[in-house]
Design a protein around this ligand. Structure first.
Ligand code: SF4
Length: 218
């Protein structure tokens, strides 16, 4: 109990400091205490007339954001509802011109840089350019002391964990699927095609990051 209190205090301080550092790099950044507050802030940031799309994001699901927007009359581009791979690919392309794009991030450095890994690149493409607004939901556990540590987290924790999720629905033959550890593979099944660092947000405020110490995402 006491330890949890100290972890919460540490994460609270780290989350607030990281939000300040993200702002210095022109991101909009918000630190909130709970996943319920994260949902409230995300909803505030999405104009009702926006067309909304999202990349694979456990964090946004964990705070209930995807459920909220699909059940409350928003216009959505929902790849998850596609009936064929062709339709899914088509919706992924259309998502690049959505008004608001929702995603997570694989890691954040304390000095305010984002690190993301993608297989086909649709999520990273939307992060970089296209949607008018990008909303990132992230747990403070993704904040790493340095950029090098953030890259390491993305490669050795986020990607192998994501592979476990993907391998549940389709057979994947990568070392991390079998052993849980990254072997820097070049398998055709690898999701580690693109590794992108976002140093600065341009235009200013286009990317909005909501940080919470609650245990969301992976
Ligand atoms: S083993 Fe391959 S697919 Fe798995 S995390 Fe490493 S590079 Fe990515």
């Amino acid at each position: 109990m006491l330890q949890n209190q100290f972890i919460t205090e540490r994460n609270s301080k780290l989350g607030q400091k990281t939000a300040e550092n993200l702002k210095k790099r022109f991101f909009d950044a918000y630190y909130v205490q709970t996943k319920e507050e994260a949902l409230k802030k995300a909803v505030e940031l999405i104009p009702k007339d926006h067309t909304i799309a999202w990349g694979g994001t456990t964090s946004a699901n964990d705070i209930g954001l995807i459920k909220y927007i699909t059940e409350n009359g928003y216009t959505v581009i929902n790849r998850d509802a596609a009936k064929t791979p062709e339709e899914k690919a088509d919706l992924a392309r259309k998502s690049l011109l959505s008004d608001t794009y929702i995603m997570g991030t694989n890691a954040i450095s304390e000095d305010g840089q984002l690190v993301n890994i993608d297989a086909t690149g649709n999520r990273i493409a939307a992060l970089i350019y296209g949607p008018k607004s990008v909303i990132i939901i992230a747990g403070v556990k993704k904040v790493m002391p340095s950029l090098e540590d953030a890259i390491k987290r993305a490669r050795t924790i986020a990607a192998p964990t994501n592979m476990q999720r993907i391998a549940k629905n389709s057979e994947r033959n990568t070392p991390c699927t079998i052993n849980g550890t990254c072997m820097n593979c070049t398998s055709k099944d690898s999701i580690c095609s693109h590794i992108v660092i976002t140093r600065l947000c341009k235009p200013q405020g286009r990317i909005k990051i909501i940080l919470t110490p609650d245990d969301i995402g992976f």
